[in-house]
Design a binder for this molecule. Structure first.
Ligand code: NAD
Length: 717
């Protein structure tokens, strides 16, 4: 044995041939501090041997190496720049020492090799991948760039254009595509992997494969004619900017680094890479994106533990084949679940099915689905007009019209048909779950399961706990949502639940701004620039002015102190004039179908006369004032929800808005955003608007946190 650690070992497998095997005592191989430490020791052990002729790198786990340990990142990146740079220097010295061993190295990539895992492969001379492997450098998705030589070695191996596509896009790459690009040298069946890799190593040892030449290519400057290089970098920069947007600096930094280091040999190029890495690692964007990743892990863990407690759902049913019911049935079918879809109107069933077929056809057209699979998926949806067909479902999701009387009748009738242990869930957006449970015999088996529109695209599901909902019911529905490919958060019952409860103060703030003379077009522009996918006027048009109007009334009744209005608003006027938004072609804006039939937003001057009586005389608002007046009520309401235990964790509070509303990911979520400014700044900002009412009043808890200098997330000193 040359070296034995907790994460890896190094031993002779044949005379002169050593195997460096990653085999963590944890669940997966990853580069954390201790693994890097052991890697150092293993490389030193290899360097110290006299009779080494070649090194085979393998993994004993199902995945090769999943990447660097992201849980260590926030602590690491909070360190002073010099310390971070030293960490990179030390880590790269290990990869370099490994690469510089005087013998060839071949890696057998059996599963996922992402980030640091891929950089380990790049440090080897030859790469053999199993068909089960996946490679890639996803660092830019976390707001970072590769830091263990990825931006240096990959372009020298597969060319700058390909490397930029891999690094700036961050997508996983299949082994066949990696082979085509030249990032791996062979792809073989998983069972043949180790033998094939060993054979290539022996060919390298005998000189049949020119490993030295290949190593030189990786270590030398990029071979690109000057003019071609300039063109290529300029084109990719424009493309990446259009894709990632200016709020995500990492992909562009990666291009800068590759370009700047193009004429340099390895060691100098690595130092440029380190400069780029330190620059992005210190940004709020990286911090936000890493926080989202870690929060998402929290959600996944919760869903996993729920699945352990829950019985798997064999059959589900959806009541209502409308926008939501149809979407829910489609999503279940796509994830392999048989689903009965019940409506009272044949044409609703047909519409539900044809919408599902349309979505599936799009995937077929893009080559992501075969026609057979499309048919199989559609066949999982069983349309019916008869209640009897839902009787043997394990879970029934009710998505009929938003009318308490109709819902009461439908839920009671369904409950009477179901087995005692079956679960009933409602997709209501505004009716209290506790209130709906009052008419049921088994309120413990009832909860909310709130999907977002469009169901197939929006990742969030709010699982709502009524007063009598049992823990088993919650676990079962959380597990079902996760099995449907969604990210569930658990929310205690209250008007608007979590997401709509914090959205409506934002809408009220919008109406107040209009009342005070702001222009809705400017507000939309400012909020879109701030990072929202659409501004509030546009969003209200998409949600539906009528839906917004009704929900506003529910929220005003639920929280009269801050959500009731004492003025006639733009929303009222549009509603009274039946300008319901996108659905009937007129709202704040006008909508005409474009060539593809999608509603295209246009300005409609007539709206200004209509709104005149409720909008104050026009006045100039600065961008900052608009942002503060729009965001404060939402942020404060989020804090209230955390303080009242409506959501149990900071992770759920932040991801709820990112996944449910499209809160800008580069800001990390509402609480992460508050932390980034400092809660004291938020409190002071809110106090400036005290005359606007309770909605702008920070909670006592916020004042206390501000006084104590605390935040919602741990501070990394
Ligand atoms: P919709 O009007 O598109 O669909 C409702 C469907 O229910 C119709 O097809 C109707 O025929 C059917 N229906 C009525 N009575 C029924 C009965 N007794 N049995 C079976 N089917 C019956 O409405 P939608 O937008 O899909 O909303 C459905 C539910 O989802 C509502 O509770 C709504 O609040 C909620 N929701 C809607 C959205 C959204 O953006 N549309 C988002 C989240 C939640």
């Amino acid at each position: 044995m040359l070296f034995q650690g907790d994460s890896l070992r190094c031993d002779w497998i044949e005379p002169g041939i050593a195997e460096l095997c990653f085999d963590s005592s944890g669940s997966v191989n990853k580069f954390d501090r201790s693994t890097l430490n052991e890697f150092r020791q293993a490389v030193d052990a290899l360097k110290a041997t006299d009779d080494l002729r070649g090194v085979l790198v393998t993994s004993q786990k199902e995945q090769f190496i999943v990447g660097a340990d992201i849980t260590e990142f926030l602590g690491l990146f909070a360190a002073p720049e010099a310390q971070l740079r030293q960490w990179l220097k030390d880590a790269n010295a290990i990869f370099n020492d490994f690469e510089d061993l005087p013998v060839p190295s071949v890696v057998a990539i059996n599963g996922i090799a992402f980030g640091g895992g891929m950089e380990m492969c790049l440090a080897c001379d030859i790469r053999v991948a199993a068909t089960s492997a996946q490679v890639g450098l996803p660092e830019t998705k976390l707001g970072l760039i590769p830091g263990f030589g990825g931006t240096t070695r990959l372009p020298r191996l597969i060319g700058a254009d390909n490397a930029i596509e891999w690094i700036a896009g961050g997508a996983p790459v299949r082994p066949e595509d990696a082979l085509k690009a030249g990032a791996v040298d062979a792809v073989v069946a998983p069972e043949a992997l180790k033998d094939a890799a060993l054979r290539m190593l022996k060919s390298a040892i005998t000189g049949d494969i020119d490993w030295k030449g290949r190593r030189e290519q990786k270590k030398g400057p990029l071979k690109l004619p000057m003019l071609e290089a300039q063109m290529s970098f300029a084109t990719s920069r424009a493309y990446v900017l259009s894709k990632a947007g200016k709020n995500y600096p990492a992909p562009l930094t990666a291009i800068d680094v590759i370009e700047k280091a193009a004429g340099m040999a390895r060691d100098e190029a690595l130092s440029v890479e380190a400069d780029g890495f330190v620059k992005v690692a210190k940004t709020e964007v990286a911090r936000s994106l890493i926080t989202i990743f870690l929060n998402d892990q929290v959600l996944k863990k919760q869903a996993k533990s729920a699945a352990k407690q829950a019985k798997p759902v064999q059959r589900m049913a959806v009541l209502g084949a409308g926008i939501m019911g149809g979407g829910i049935a489609y999503q279940a079918a796509v994830k392999g679940m048989p689903v009965v879809m019940k409506d009272i109107r044949e044409e609703a069933l047909q519409l539900g099915l044809s919408e599902a077929a349309k979505h599936l056809q799009k995937r077929v057209d893009k080559g992501r689905l075969t026609v057979e699979k499309m048919a199989e998926t559609l066949n999982r949806i069983v349309p019916t007009l008869k209640y009897a067909e839902v009787a043997d479902a394990d879970v029934v999701v009710e998505a009929v019209v938003e009318n308490p009387k109709v819902k009461d009748a439908v839920l009671a009738e369904t409950e009477a048909l179901l087995r005692e242990d079956a679960i009933l869930a409602s997709n209501t957006s505004t009716i209290s779950i506790t209130r709906l449970a009052k008419n049921l015999k088994r309120p413990d088996k009832f909860c909310g399961m709130h999907f977002f529109n469009p169901v197939h695209r929006m990742p969030l599901v709010e699982v709502i706990r009524g007063e009598q909902t049992s823990d088993e019911t919650i676990a079962q529905v959380v597990a079902l949502a996760a099995a449907m490919g969604k990210s569930p958060i658990v929310v205690n019952d209250c008007p608007g639940f979590y997401v709509n409860r914090v959205l409506f103060p934002y809408f009220k703030a919008f109406n107040m701004l209009l009342r005070d003379g702001a222009d809705f077009r400017q507000i939309d522009k400012v909020m879109e620039k701030w990072g929202w996918p659409m501004g509030p006027a546009y969003l209200l048009d998409v949600v539906g002015i009528d839906t917004g109007y009704h929900a506003t009334a529910v929220m005003a009744e639920g929280f009269p102190d801050r959500m009731a209005r004492d003025f006639r608003s733009a929303l009222d006027v549009l509603y009274e004039n039946e300008r319901f938004g996108q659905k009937n072609g007129r709202g704040f804006y006008a909508y005409e179908p474009d060539k593809k039939g999608k509603p295209k937003k246009q300005l409609d001057e007539t709206v200004f006369d209509l709104l005149k009586p409720v909008c104050g005389s026009p006045r100039e608002f600065s961008e900052q004032e608009i942002i503060e007046r729009m965001m404060l009520p939402m942020l404060i309401e989020v804090v209230r929800c955390v303080e009242e235990g409506i959501v149990a964790t900071v992770a759920e509070a932040d991801l709820g808005l990112i996944y449910g509303l499209g809160f800008p990911p580069f800001r990390g979520g509402p609480l992460r955003y508050i932390d980034s400014l400092g809660i004291k700044t938020i409190v002071d900002m809110a106090d400036k608007y005290a005359e606007l009412g309770v909605m702008y009043q920070p909670t006592e808890g916020m004042r206390q946190m501000a006084a104590e200098g605390r935040g919602f997330y741990p501070k990394h000193a």
